[in-house]
Design a protein around this ligand. Structure first.
Ligand SMILES: NC(=O)c1ccc[n+]([C@@H]2O[C@H](COP(=O)([O-])OP(=O)(O)OC[C@H]3O[C@@H](n4cnc5c(N)ncnc54)[C@H](OP(=O)(O)O)[C@@H]3O)[C@@H](O)[C@H]2O)c1
Length: 246
C-alpha cells in the first residue's frame, strides 16, 4: 500500500525536527514521494545519514528551530508548500513536582516555537497554490494522563492553535491540521518503556493492542500535506489505535 510516487513532485516541504523518530519518518516519506525536503535538526550526523538516503531530495539545515537565524532563513524561502511542526519534548513528572525549568522548556518548544515557525512560514506559503501545515500533536492533546499534565497542556494548546490558524490562514489557502499519535518507539519514548508497569498501562490503553509505528504517523502526515486533503483544515487525525475512544 502506498501513495502515488509523484504525490509531492515539485513541492517543497520543511520538516522541523527531522533527524530522529517521527520527523525522520515524515522526511523519508516526503522524499520518497518526490518532495524537495528541507530537513531541520541540530545534530548534523543525523541529517547526513538522511541526505545519503535521498541525496536528490533532502536539503539539510543544521539549525536550532528556536533561533532567529532559522526564522529568517525560513521567511526568505521563495516558496513553501508544506510544513511539519514536529519538534517537541516531554518532561514527565507529577504536577506537584514540576520545576519552572521543565514548565518553561515544554511551553517554549511545544507551543511558542510552533507558533514562531508557523508565523515565519506564512510569507513563503503565500507563494504556494496549495499550502499545508501539519502540527505534531498527541493523543495527549485530547485527554489527560498521570504524570503528563504539563505535556497534555502543551498538546491541548497545539490542538487549539491549529484550529485558530486554520481559520486565520484559510484566506491564503493555507490548510492547518494536526496528527495526534499514540505512543511510538522513538529516542524520546524508548526510556519510558523500560518500566514494565508503564508498558502494561500503555498496552492496556490501546484497543488495537500495539504501539504505533513511525510509518503509521508519516502516512497521515503525508495525506494531510498532499492535495488529497485539499478540503481538510482545522482538524486532527488521531493515530492512536483507539486510546482516546474509551
Ligand atoms: N514518540 C511518541 O510516542 C510520540 C507520541 C505522540 C506525539 N509525539 C510528538 O511527536 C514529535 C516528535 O517526537 P519524537 O518522539 O519523534 O521525538 P525525538 O525522537 O526526540 O526526535 C525529535 C527530533 O526533533 C529534533 N529537535 C528537537 N529540538 C529541536 C530544536 N530545538 N531544533 C531543531 N531540531 C530539534 C531532534 O533533533 P536534535 O536534537 O538533533 O535537534 C530530533 O531529530 C514531538 O512533537 C512529540 O511530542 C511523539
Amino acid at each position: 500500500m502506498s501513495f502515488n510516487e509523484n504525490l509531492f513532485t515539485g513541492k517543497t516541504i520543511l520538516i522541523a525536527g527531522a533527524g530522529k523518530g517521527i520527523g525522520l519518518g515524515c522526511a523519508v516519506m516526503a522524499a520518497k514521494y518526490g518532495a524537495n525536503v528541507i530537513a531541520v535538526a541540530r545534530t548534523k550526523n543525523d541529517l547526513d545519514k538522511l541526505t545519503e538516503l535521498y541525496p536528490e531530495n533532502i536539503t539539510p539545515w543544521v539549525m536550532d528551530v528556536t533561533s532567529d537565524a532559522f526564522y529568517k532563513r525560513l521567511r526568505e524561502l521563495p516558496t513553501l508548500d508544506g510544513l511539519v511542526n514536529n519538534a517537541g519534548i516531554n518532561r514527565v513528572g507529577a504536577m506537584e513536582e514540576q520545576s519552572s525549568e521543565n514548565i518553561d522548556a515544554v511551553i517554549d518548544l511545544n507551543i511558542r516555537t510552533l507558533y514562531k515557525i508557523s508565523q515565519a512560514a506564512i510569507t513563503p506559503m503565500k507563494q504556494s497554490k496549495y499550502a499545508s501545515i501539519v502540527n505534531m500533536s498527541s493523543q495527549m492533546g485530547f485527554v489527560g494522563s498521570p504524570g503528563r499534565t504539563l505535556y497534555c497542556m502543551s498538546k491541548h494548546a497545539v490542538e487549539g492553535v491549529t484550529k485558530a490558524m486554520a481559520v486565520e490562514l484559510a484566506e491564503y489557502n493555507i490548510r492547518v491540521n494536526t496528527v495526534a499519535p499514540t505512543f511510538v518507539l522513538t529516542p524520546m519514548t524508548e526510556p519510558m518503556f523500560e518500566d514494565e508497569t508503564f508498558k502494561n498501562f500503555v498496552f492496556n490503553m490501546i484497543p488495537l493492542g500495539r504501539l504505533a509505528k513511525v510509518e503509521d504517523i508519516a502516512n497521515s502526515c503525508t495525506f494531510l500535506l498532499s492535495d488529497l486533503a485539499s478540503m481538510i483544515t482545522g482538524t486532527s487525525i488521531k493515530v492512536d489505535g483507539g486510546w482516546t475512544a474509551h
